[in-house]
Design a protein around this ligand. Structure first.
Ligand code: ASP
Ligand code: MG
Length: 417
């Protein structure tokens, strides 16, 4: 059994879907499960349709943008307008419209009930397209398989239930046909939709690889493999050929966007190798994450996270930031499911770096303001450098202001204006 994951960029146009189909056709030499993300930037758009995020008056244009984007791809792939895929998509578009018109409840719940349509739509299109060119496949609703708690956004996976569901619902199908299913989305314990965090489709593929005891997992990307920096922001990247599991976990934790942070652990536990390969050059070997002693070649690694908020939290009663204060702060962060990218405490304040999100920041302020003053700075950059030298740091920072810096022997992190 092999598991392939195709991200948004690999299916962002009709030509991309055809290319993806040809990879499935050519690389397919036995049972295969195909995990697919939402097409292109669909999830960003759907995040705007989460009830309460934008005024209802903005919804029609956003819904139309989403519909037209997908229909332009589908019309190219299915010139016969009476093809059943059109009716299926109409139903999904209508359900999305209804969902986005609901009164807001809690953000995390509303979020997952809304953004799930990206993957439901993409897999519907892709499953039909593969069938239409003779790649017989079964579409599976992954919400029946991957089980999470009731956190809804960044749900915690219940592996025992997921294992049982995989054995029951995927294994039998995969014996005689390709399985096509959604990344990123899952089913919450109370029967609703949950999601696994942005870029979570990698994690979905890893969960399935684990439960299926896959012989390998492959993420098909628009880069040649695991690069030492994001080529969008860095001119001279180096491809890492081999990455030890633990190194990949650390890099993903720091925000290397090539892979979702939770992806590696399940496959590491089963010693399954994870290939990162280019859908633009499907015959090139790419990079492998596996049981290696060190990264090779050994080179500095750069991780840039943009749109960061640096939040300083100061107790109103001038008590030093002590364990009980920290407990209150972390409880609020956990309740709101806010991920901390970096933290530091001084005698008088506690600083933390989180992704910009005005809505969640407001909710955090609501929960903490009776006890603390909150000061924040938005639109910052968090840079992580592994295997750094001072020369490299100076070069990267240039004349910009460093607001906060941390160093260990191998890694430095800087928050920069
Ligand atoms: N579609 C989701 C996102 O854009 C999940 C993924 O792409 O992995 O974050
Ligand atoms: Mg994606």
């Amino acid at each position: 059994m092999k598991v392939f994951k195709f991200g948004g960029a690999s299916v962002n146009s009709a030509a991309a879907v055809r290319n993806m189909a040809s990879i499935v056709a050519h690389q397919h030499d036995g049972p295969l499960v195909v995990v697919v993300s939402a097409m292109g930037k669909t999830t960003n758009l759907l995040e705007q349709l989460v009830p309460g995020v934008r005024p209802a008056a903005d919804h029609p244009a956003l819904l139309d943008q989403n519909r037209q984007y997908h229909l332009s791809i589908v019309r190219d792939l299915f010139p016969d307008l009476s093809h059943p895929v059109y009716a299926k998509l109409d139903t999904l578009f209508a359900q999305l419209e209804q969902q986005s018109a609901l009164a807001p409840t809690t953000y995390n719940f509303d979020y997952s009930q809304t953004v799930c349509f990206g993957e439901l739509i993409s897999t519907t299109i892709i499953s039909h397209f593969l069938n239409s060119i003779g790649l017989t496949n079964q579409w599976v609703d992954i919400r029946q398989v991957i089980a999470t708690d009731n956190q809804y956004r960044e749900g915690i996976v219940d592996f025992a239930t997921t294992q049982r569901n995989t054995d029951r619902l995927i294994l039998p199908l995969a014996q005689h046909s390709i399985v096509v299913t959604q990344g990123f989305i899952a089913g919450s314990a109370d029967g609703h939709t949950s999601t696994l965090g942005r870029e979570g489709s990698d994690y979905s593929a890893s969960i399935l690889s684990y439960c299926l005891n896959a012989e390998s997992m492959t993420i098909w990307k628009d880069v040649p493999g695991f690069l030492n920096a994001d080529p969008k922001y860095f001119p001279d990247t180096v491809k890492i050929e081999q990455i030890p599991y633990n190194e990949a976990i650390e890099l993903a934790y720091y925000g290397a966007s090539v892979i979702h942070p939770k992806t590696v652990k399940p496959i590491q536990n089963k010693n399954i190798q994870l290939h990162i390969r280019s859908f633009l050059n499907p015959h090139a070997p790419g990079s492998v994450i596996g049981p290696f002693p060190t990264i090779s070649p050994l080179t500095p690694l750069y991780i840039f996270k943009r749109n960061q908020t640096l939040l300083s939290i100061l107790p109103k009663d001038f008590s030093f930031i002590a364990e009980d204060n920290l407990q209150t702060i972390f409880a609020a962060l956990a309740r709101l499911n806010i991920r901390v990218n970096l933290m530091q405490n001084t005698a008088l304040s506690f600083s933390l770096c989180i992704d910009d999100n005005p809505l969640l920041l407001d909710q955090l302020r609501d929960q903490l303001q009776h006890q603390f003053h909150l000061r924040y700075n938005q639109g910052l950059q968090l840079i992580t450098i592994r295997y750094y030298t001072q020369h490299i740091i100076d070069h990267i920072v240039g004349s910009r202001t460093i607001l906060l810096q941390q160093r260990t022997r191998t890694t430095t992190q800087l928050i920069i204006q």
